[in-house]
Write a protein that binds this ligand. Sequence first.
Ligand SMILES: [Zn+2]
Length: 305
Amino acid sequence: MLTKNSNKYILAALALVLFTVKVSAQKVGDEFRLNERVDLTPDGIISNFQEMGMDPVNHILTIEEQEIVEQAFDVLPPVHQEILKEHLHSISFLDNMPNTALTSPVGDSEDTKMFTITFRAEILQQTISEWATWKEQGNYEPNSDVKVIVDAGDLNAMVYILLHEATHVVDAVLGISPKQEKLDSLSTATGFTLDTWSSMNAPTQSYRKTILEKTRFRGGGPVSMTLAPEVYQSLAQTPFVSLYGMASWFEDLAELTTIHHLTNKLDQPYQIQVVKQGVEVFHFEPMESKEVQQRIYHLDLFYRN
Ligand SMILES: [Zn+2]
């Protein structure tokens, strides 16, 4: 997480559309395998973090880490792989990076739509369950009795995080969510956002639940862990798969795609457990929600050959 200030966090999460990296785009083609696009992080991204008072350093992958990256590319949906071959300029890894990952446009040209993705290197040593539990707990104040745990299987966290970030690239190329310059206009809603979002970061009125609006990705802050069952009961009445997916329509698409692919295509679990003194007191599986299931058809285009 970039900062505890939720507004700043949301801005950072939207860096995809706000922050352009000035580096020269190199020519890439099908013969240039995706896992061979690992490079150093562009100076502009490092200096951006430095200006925020952080000191990230380039991380050189070990052979074992290179294999983790290759495997994560191999399990992406077919259309993600095709689009990345054309539009992924590079990926890079940083130690001491504050947030998990950042997708940034490369160069000045709107037409070429080239992107670079920067990852926090430590995620390569975590499972999805470990990373997702850490991320989910960031929504709550620490509590010695009550814990929120995400059971999302033992695949490497890179699988989840690459899929999420790659979906931002696919979205930017295919325009599944509305374009940047039309962020606040209702009239430009796409099929994906029409029934769910009033504007880029405001869900339609019926999905603005009181308790959810207090959470950090909705502009609030950490809430008491004892409220977790109530939070997920409210989330289950929305079409969103995660609290993070409510930050904006970009994150909504990335989260829905990731958890759908993970559960329905890769046969992994995805459930959130609220545990009190070691005993499960509440259980939430976002993909069981009818509201969520009714949106899955929007993702069918990722699986066309
Ligand atoms: Zn994102």
